[in-house]
Design a protein around this ligand. Structure first.
Ligand SMILES: [Fe+2]
Length: 224
């Protein structure tokens, strides 16, 4: 007997799926450590037109950060440097602290960890390697399901990535974030760029695997 195969029902074609649009690049102004005279005293709106987001890596006057959000129509997210204790009494107005937190901006996931290496009990923005490692683990648990990070904002660098003396030493535990969360950008400050050894390092841009680490002392304009 001949077998009769049933035809599978043909589902009507659905509406066409629109192609996934590539994300519009986000223009970032990153600042750290030195209030730029060029910005503060000779502000040129043309240069900063189109800036979508301002990120501060710390050790800047609160009034400078408030000035930036007044002059540039973009949100400003910041972490503490080791000299920013005054923010507690006089926080940067119109700015958002992301120290120890994960946030999103236009689909970009950003995490912040302020402070530098040290163990001065009078300075709440100095951390030993062990204390910073705890903060890294807490941040990683907050990232939960989607562990990919687009931008890591810290004050101190990662160990071996443009760090120098004992006080300007980077944190080994930041490499844990490089490895597990693969940030596309790591923005940091704390060191003046001229303190990096060698002309190449003085550019303040370091590639660690898929992560580009950028010393933002002064200011940097970056597209992501
Ligand atoms: Fe610093």
């Amino acid at each position: 007997m001949q077998m009769m195969w049933k035809r599978r029902p043909v589902w009507p074609p659905g509406p066409p799926i629109p192609p996934i649009q590539p994300r519009k690049p986000v223009r970032i102004l990153a600042v750290s450590d030195e209030e730029s005279k060029f910005i503060w005293e000779h502000f040129d709106p043309e240069l900063f037109r189109g800036v979508d987001l301002i990120l501060s890596c710390g050790d800047l006057k609160a009034s400078y950060l408030s000035y930036l959000v007044t002059m540039i129509p973009a949100p400003l997210l910041y972490v503490y440097g080791n000299h920013d204790g005054a923010y507690d009494r006089n926080p940067p107005l119109g700015c958002q602290c992301i120290d120890g937190a994960v946030t999103e901006f236009q689909g970009i996931r950003i995490a912040g960890l302020g402070g530098c290496m040290g163990d001065d009990p009078a300075n709440p923005y100095q951390f030993t390697e062990e204390k910073m490692e705890k903060r890294v683990r807490k941040l990683q648990s907050d990232l939960r399901r989607s562990r990919k990070l687009d931008i890591l904002v810290t004050h101190a660098p990662a160990a071996g990535v443009g760090d120098t003396s004992a006080f300007h030493q980077g944190f080994r535990c930041f490499h844990q974030l490089y490895r597990d969360n693969v940030p596309t950008l790591h923005l940091f400050g704390h060191l003046h760029r001229q303190n990096h050894h060698g002309p190449e390092a003085r550019q303040g841009v370091f590639q660690v695997g898929a992560t580009r680490a950028v010393n933002c002392t002064g200011y940097r304009l970056i597209e992501l």
